[in-house]
Design a protein around this ligand. Structure first.
Ligand code: C5P
Length: 224
């Protein structure tokens, strides 16, 4: 019997965490939980309700009142707010530009972390984000910190956008990634940082399959 472990994957924007985490979860038949989508959902909801992104109290109330549900599908994880699917709309550039500001509020994080811990409590999960190893699942059996050079991460986003028919330039994507990484690393409430017991995985020169295989090898080791 293989153990149903918890796998925490953290790292900066565009490192390929969600793509790789999804493959790892599929292979192990584990649940994949994209925590970035949850912070995006709160940001989207706050924007819809014209709540000031500086108002910690109001944002925490937004997070407390909305019901976030995740659902696996062939196209990946779907996310719902109060039963309405928002998978695509939480990924617009407007939400992306604001999400780090919303995610910096400790009150918002407390609500999300509680929900994330509930979702992971049964084990058999691959969770990706910024603070999974350090705060959400400090007891996770496997912790991986995935990164790549910012140039490579911007290049991947650019190709991604091209395939989706979104016009962008590598330069503007790199600037946006750098700004989001800066905000996520410099915030006071559980900033993006590599946990001391996390394994560093540089994906700059790895394909998606190679990165997934590295993590799978580490996971099988922990599952026996
Ligand atoms: O992973 P993704 O790029 O979708 O995350 C969007 C944003 O959500 C991050 O830039 C960060 O501000 C926030 N986030 C976070 N903690 C997590 C996951 C995401 O603060 N665990």
């Amino acid at each position: 019997m293989m153990k149903k472990i918890q796998i925490a994957i953290d790292g900066p924007a565009g490192a390929g965490k969600s793509t790789v985490a999804k493959i790892v979860a599929e292979k192990l038949q584990f649940t994949y939980i994209d925590t970035g989508a949850m912070y995006r959902a709160v940001t989207y909801q706050a924007m819809q309700q014209h709540v000031s992104l500086n108002d910690a109290g109001a944002l925490t109330t937004v997070a407390e009142k909305m019901k976030i549900t995740l659902q696996p599908s062939a196209q990946g994880q779907l996310i719902f707010i109060d039963g309405q699917e928002v998978t695509q709309v939480v990924r617009t550039p407007a939400v992306t530009a604001n999400v780090s500001q919303v995610a910096a509020h400790a009150g918002v994080r407390a609500v999300m972390v509680k929900l994330q811990q509930e979702l992971a409590s049964a084990g058999g999960v691959v969770m990706d984000g910024r603070d999974i190893a350090t705060h959400v699942l400090p007891q996770a059996e496997l912790k991986v910190y995935m990164s790549a050079t910012v140039e490579e991460r911007a290049r991947r986003r650019f190709i991604d956008n091209e395939q989706r028919g979104i016009a962008s330039t590598v330069e503007e994507l790199q600037r946006a990634i750098e700004e989001r990484d800066r905000q996520d690393s410099e915030r006071e409430a559980s900033p993006l940082i590599q946990a001391p017991d996390a394994i560093f995985l540089d994906t700059t020169h790895l394909t998606i399959e190679e990165a997934a295989n590295e993590i799978l090898t580490l996971a099988y080791d922990k599952m026996v």
